[in-house]
Design a protein around this ligand. Structure first.
Ligand code: APR
Length: 261
């Protein structure tokens, strides 16, 4: 009986343009809590207001002061983000890229752990917590480049207001990032979903798009999610345990066109 790990590996090897889509679950084994489900931050603190960005625009100074005071969920999340290290799931995805099997990786995580694990072809659709971004010209800066003495900080290039690079609820995804994600999704004939409840759009629409065009979906998650019924293979387990097994299978499996004898 072929295992789900083998089926997932064979499906990825048979595909031409595998794209990964990761969510908070891939970083749970790096001690960053997910947002929803068991142990979720929103499960404990409640979902933040859906108009977070409009509130920021209405009073950026106040929003920055709240952000820096680290009230509510922010203290725990930021402290976890500041000390987090990649786990075997992040390294497995970086290795799949190196093996030429994974062509691109879209992450909803702001934790920078995919890059820290060595992934190169990465789009951070919800931004990166170690960066800041100008809401006028879109320029991004490393946190250390911008003084937070006067709030809100302003862009050294265009004097626009600067916010964290993390995409707030109600904020449009920066067009440069959204374009790349849509391009890679449109080329994809197989999407590997890891640790996402596939609940938040536009990211949740990407696997549906791949499926609509006849592509395959592979999921790795300890629990069933909203996308499970549409998946060709749905592996119940932790990303840090399951992804290295898929890599091991792929590494021993003859590549396309190579004979097994
Ligand atoms: N390995 C794999 N998946 C896991 C693990 C694990 N060790 N632990 C939990 N999960 C799964 C959960 O079962 C759940 O399906 O990860 C998923 C996490 O879902 P969410 O918490 O909803 O995270 P995500 O899908 O990334 O949320 C999307 O919502 O709140 C916003 O901006 C935030 O980027 C986030 C977006």
């Amino acid at each position: 009986m072929e295992s789900d790990i083998e089926r997932a590996g064979r499906l990825m090897l048979a595909s031409k343009h595998v794209v990964g889509l990761t969510g908070a679950g891939v970083s749970v084994e790096s001690n960053i809590r997910p947002f929803r489900g068991p142990g979720g931050l929103w499960t404990e603190y409640g979902e933040p207001p859906m108009d977070g960005y409009q509130r920021f625009l209405a009073n950026p100074k106040e929003d920055w002061e709240q952000r820096l005071s680290r009230g509510g969920y922010r203290r725990e999340l930021y402290e976890a983000l500041e000390v987090a290290k990649p786990n075997p799931a992040h390294y497995a995805l970086a290795e799949l890229e190196e093996l030429g099997v994974l062509k691109y990786l879209i992450t909803q995580n702001v934790d920078n752990l995919h890059r820290a694990a060595g992934s190169k072809e990465v789009a951070e659709i919800h931004g990166n917590f170690s960066k800041l971004r100008c809401i006028q010209c879109g320029s991004r800066y490393e946190r250390e480049e911008i003084s937070l003495e006067a709030l809100p900080p302003h862009c050294p290039r265009c004097n626009g207001v600067i916010k964290s690079d993390g995409v707030m609820f109600g904020e449009p995804i920066p067009s440069d990032i959204l374009r790349i994600c849509e391009e890679e999704t449109s080329k994809s004939d197989c999407m590997l979903l890891v640790g996402t409840s596939a609940f938040v759009y536009p990211a949740a629409g990407f696997p549906q798009e791949v499926k609509r065009r006849g592509g395959a979906l592979i999921e790795v998650d300890p629990y069933e999610t909203g996308i499970t019924p549409f998946c060709d293979v749905s592996i119940r387990g932790k990303a840090g345990e399951m992804l290295p097994r898929i890599v091991d299978y792929i590494k021993v499996k003859p590549q396309r066109g190579e004979s097994s004898t």
